[in-house]
Design a protein around this ligand. Sequence first.
Ligand SMILES: [Zn+2]
Length: 472
Amino acid sequence: MPKKSLLIKNPMLCARMDGDYGSQDMVNAFSGGHIYIEDGVIRSAGPTTFEGEAKEVIDAGRMLVTPGFVNTHHHFYQTLTRNIFNAQNEGLFNWLITHYEIWREISEKAVYTAAKLAIAELLKSGCALTSDHHYLFPSSTSGALIDAEIRAARELGMRFQPTRGSMSLGKSAGGLPPDDVVQTEKAIEEDALRLIKTYHDDSPGAMTRIALGPCSPFSVTAGLMQRTVEMGKEYNLQIHTHLAETLDEEQFCLQQFGKRPFAYLQSLDWIKENAWFAHAIHLNEDEIAAAGRAGAGISHCPTSNMRLGSGIARIKEMLQAGVKVSLAVDGSASNDSSNMLMEMRNAMLLSRLREQEKWLTAEDILWMATRGGSAVLNRNDTGQIAEGKQADLNLINMDKLEYSGALHDPLAAIVFSVSMHPVDYVIVNGEVVVREGVITKLDEQQLIRQHQDISRIIIEKAGRKTKNKYYR
Ligand SMILES: [Zn+2]
């Protein structure tokens, strides 16, 4: 018997997610049968009985099995600043200006603890692969902040593709962030190269991969945007930024560059296959078609878009135009949760405020949360339950109050109904990292106490300095 083997037998329903978007076999579900995993890889999956033996067997007779969900945009550190009192009712720019004053107080320990908390939330909502966009490197910190996030992900067993985020355009140069949280282009490039050398693994099945993520048109210099494209090419990396999130951003770009945000990025050679963009709300038809032709990707963040009143992204049109569309929870100061099941439900419901032909279906949402996410992160080894793919899976016991009466379609049930519980099992790289709703490698209560303490300390510190009222 192989050292590490796991058999999931007799699933109530297993969504393989085999096909491209819109194809006949997009979901390709089966009932009964098995999924057999060996050394982190799916060796076989289908409606037939498995004849061999395995070290561990999970009976999934009452469970829905899907590929582990993929979250493509987050700012982990923002879990420390959820629902800040005086930014609860602000749009993006004022919301940012308020938060920068608190965020400049973060430390390496704060980033590590926040990453652990965000990853724990993601795991408990069925996520097996996440990205993070950390762009804030206060001059008071060691600078080893992505390292701290990678440590947190490894300790909990999450597959992780962090972006080395960056800001280089401070207030004194016409940008939005304060000068002491931005860095020079040279310092950013050096740290990115160090991270690539230390952590980047481009082999199939990689647990850690680095991407590059300049923050936004209003916090980054054009030179850094261009250098990012060059480095992406040189080291074969994905590149990521925020795009067309609000009409304020559109105004900023028109005034500063004489171009809409999409055209500005186009002029910097950013609309390409290895790029993905958070939000992409305010795109016109030509821009959506151009993004589709280029094979670029987006992170749809419906909860954050509603919370900040940013707008409704045109997701159906993007899917139809061939844009790679994924789902993401966005940072926890604008969500204020890291719950993938909630995000899936909100994505479907938000689309229902549009004309009926633009509504998203439960199948669309599942595709975005699995295959779409994998495509955006340039992975063809995850997001699918098929022979040879990485063993990243999510198992949900359907015998729950919220799903009772919906079992004629378990797959849609997890999108239509509000989840009141964590998922039951999450398997990453063949390892059980959530078992019966509990994260196997975490003292959850201890983490909550540490995280809450750090949150209180940085908010109090910022409050004393700025004399702002961050408390109710
Ligand atoms: Zn964001």
